[in-house]
Design a protein around this ligand. Structure first.
Ligand SMILES: Cc1cc2nc3c(=O)[nH]c(=O)nc-3n(C[C@H](O)[C@H](O)[C@H](O)COP(=O)(O)OP(=O)(O)OC[C@H]3O[C@@H](n4cnc5c(N)ncnc54)[C@H](O)[C@@H]3O)c2cc1C
Length: 250
């Protein structure tokens, strides 16, 4: 095991949270190490929809939103009980972008701000001295810092290793998502279907590149049949939308 130099901050996980915090802290002059277990570009199951507040965060990070690859939306369309309601964002627009692209852009922005990014580097345990977190261990090295930030996602193994547990009073959601070639790829609204099943919803988000991101989310039960829910919902949608196995791209 090698020992890395002492850092100001270690950020575990280069998802949007980790890369954003690494970018801001590096920009303010701190020595930041960003550790990511996978390598970019990498997939992440997501709707790929960004609200205006997220768009504003991207601007603050200095991401070039005029570059190709971003697809704007002007609001959301809610569908339930045979009715539809379109709500436009007030004086702003949202965006869609695949997480494969978005997360890499954000990680590279953190690097441009001065953070050191190590991909393919899985944090295996926290280092602790007298009850205080002083760093982390990876498979091959130890890293110490004044501050360690666990940005390792919803299941945050690092937090669990430190004794934190998810709140029993908060439900866990699970989801399934696919991409389809579809003529609806350039819809101006993010579409959300609210009555697929109790405590479940579906979404159709145009990516502007010939494809739609389509998925369902539901609260976890003992037998969460999210695949069945997605398949059954898709069979009820107009064939002209093209959300069929033949057009599935991912
Ligand atoms: C089905 C679904 C649909 C969603 N749709 C939307 C949407 O349309 N719009 C929206 O804004 N949000 C959406 N979300 C929420 C969004 O995905 C999360 O809010 C977001 O990913 C959280 O970012 P994060 O950086 O905290 O964590 P993550 O994106 O999960 O990133 C965590 C990172 O940590 C890394 N990591 C984990 N463990 C380790 C380790 N031990 N060592 C090193 N690295 C590690 C992972 O590889 C990953 O890169 C959706 C979520 C789901 C599940």
């Amino acid at each position: 095991m090698t020992a890395d130099r002492h850092r100001d901050v270690i950020v575990v996980g280069a998802g949007p949270a980790g890369s954003a915090v690494a970018c801001h802290l590096a920009r303010s002059g701190l020595d930041v190490l960003l550790l990511e277990k996978s390598s970019f570009p990498r997939e992440k199951v997501c709707g790929d929809g960004l609200t205006p507040r997220a768009v504003q965060e991207l601007r603050t990070l200095g991401i070039d939103l005029d570059a190709p690859g971003w697809f704007p939306n002007k609001g959301i369309r809610l569908i339930a009980d045979g009715r539809r309601l379109e709500l436009d964002w007030p004086d702003a627009h949202g965006l869609t972008r695949t997480r494969a692209d978005l997360d890499e852009l954000l990680a590279r922005q953190a690097v441009a701000a001065g953070a050191t990014l190590r991909e393919n580097t899985k944090v295996t345990a926290p280092l602790q001295t007298r009850g205080r977190v002083t760093g982390v261990e990876t498979e091959t090295a130890t890293h110490e810092a004044r501050l360690v930030i666990a940005a390792d996602g919803a299941s945050s193994r690092l937090s669990v290793a430190l004794g934190l547990r998810p709140s029993a009073t908060r439900p866990i959601g699970i989801a399934g998502r696919r991409y389809f070639r579809s003529p609806r790829h350039d819809e101006a609204h993010l579409e959300i279907w609210l009555d697929l099943a109790p405590a479940a919803y579906g979404w159709i988000f145009g990516m502007g590149d010939g494809t739609c991101n389509v998925g369902v989310a539901l609260l976890r039960t003992d037998h969460p049949d999210y695949r069945g829910l997605l398949s059954r919902w898709l069979t009820t949608l107009p064939p002209a939308w093209g959300l069929t196995e033949h057009n599935a791209t991912g």
